[in-house]
Design a protein around this ligand. Structure first.
Ligand SMILES: CC(C)(COP(=O)(O)OP(=O)(O)OC[C@H]1O[C@@H](n2cnc3c(N)ncnc32)[C@H](O)[C@@H]1OP(=O)(O)O)[C@@H](O)C(=O)NCCC(=O)NCCS
Length: 301
């Protein structure tokens, strides 16, 4: 495999422009750009970058699982996981071409890739410094398997659960499915209907050889314990009613749920705002000694 050299890295100017276009905050941009000299001077990191870049380029549009990308530690802890931002930048031109080939507009491409900005900003809120912990989640965005389809982000993937036998229709282990992801905002039923319709039309047009019987979702939003707390006409409960749930509850994900919703660490429950019914539900439930879970559900398309 050919290794990269420093002159093949996106230049600082290109990187800054591209990050700005993806909505990355100015402070995060500065932290990322500040790493370029260390990266350019390290044959180890350039070789790793070449390998990770190759994985994304050869897997462009391929929804099969990829090897996991570990955290960058010693001796490169100063660069840390912001290294992966340079990997993502290095594939951006190829990804833009892939998007164009599938009729994804620049605006829509930027909206889906804007997830990078969201992850950087969530990291900064939680830890008070620039950084990245969700490099594996972002490989889906930067190899073009997840698309912005209005209210929901929709991923071509495979169902990865072996469900107990049931008489009701359900996805089989390894079956292609459309996985729905919920970016921040209001989750109104009409916007979700439009998004699911747009997703179905998009995959039929662009990936017509693939057959998707089910949409699936794995999220705290599907935890049925929320029914005890939220109004029947809330968007979250309306969203839940679309889905048949897997009986598996999975592990306790309380800390992740709190971080998702409050963008603050779960350690200090007493400091969290209690203005909305969801905020009160999340905190009150934990205080009563109960865990929150990410649940998986599906509905037929
Ligand atoms: C999931 C989400 C889209 C739902 O938002 P929504 O459409 O406003 O949800 P609902 O209508 O069901 O809201 C019910 C109540 O919770 C409140 N609420 C919803 N999301 C909230 C949030 N992120 N923070 C604080 N309160 C929230 C609403 O204001 C409402 O409060 P009220 O009853 O006191 O008036 C929203 O919580 C969100 O953007 N979350 C972050 C993204 C996320 O976690 N995605 C899932 C990843 S797995």
């Amino acid at each position: 495999m050919r290794e990269w050299n420093a002159t093949e890295l996106p230049s600082a100017g290109e990187a800054d422009d591209w990050l700005a276009e993806l909505g990355v905050d100015v402070g995060d941009r500065a932290a990322i750009l500040a790493l370029r000299p260390a990266l350019a001077a390290s044959p180890d990191l350039l070789a790793l970058l070449a390998d990770r870049r190759r994985q994304l380029i050869t897997g462009m549009g391929d929804p099969r699982p990829m090897p996991m990308w570990g955290d960058i530690g010693a001796p490169h802890e100063r660069v840390g996981n912001l290294f992966y931002v340079w990997v993502f930048l290095s594939v951006l031109p190829a990804l833009r071409v892939f998007h164009e080939r599938h009729g994804v507009t620049r605006h829509s491409g930027n909206r889906i890739l804007g997830n990078l900005a969201g992850q950087l900003s969530a990291y900064r809120s939680l830890h008070g410094v620039a950084g990245l912990s969700e490099q594996n989640w972002l490989t889906r965005h930067f190899r073009g398997t997840i698309f912005d389809l209005g209210r929901l982000h929709v991923e071509r993937t495979y169902f990865d659960e072996d469900l107990p036998a049931s008489s009701r229709p359900a996805p089989a282990l390894g079956e292609p499915v459309l996985s729905l992801h919920i970016p921040e905002g209001r989750l109104t039923p009409a916007a979700c209907d439009d998004s699911v319709a747009a997703a179905t039309a998009f995959v039929r047009r662009e990936f017509g050889h693939e057959r998707y019987r089910f949409a699936v979702c794995t999220s705290w939003v599907l935890d049925p314990q929320l029914r005890s707390y939220l109004a029947e006409n809330s968007n979250i409960l309306a969203f839940q009613r679309r889905f048949e749930l897997s009986p598996r509850r999975g592990p306790d994900r309380t800390d992740t749920v709190i971080e998702f919703v409050f963008k603050r660490p779960a350690a200090d429950l007493a400091a969290l705002p209690q203005d909305t019914s969801l905020q009160r539900a999340l905190v009150g439930h934990v205080r009563a000694g109960h865990p929150w879970h990410f649940r998986t559900g599906w509905f037929a398309l």
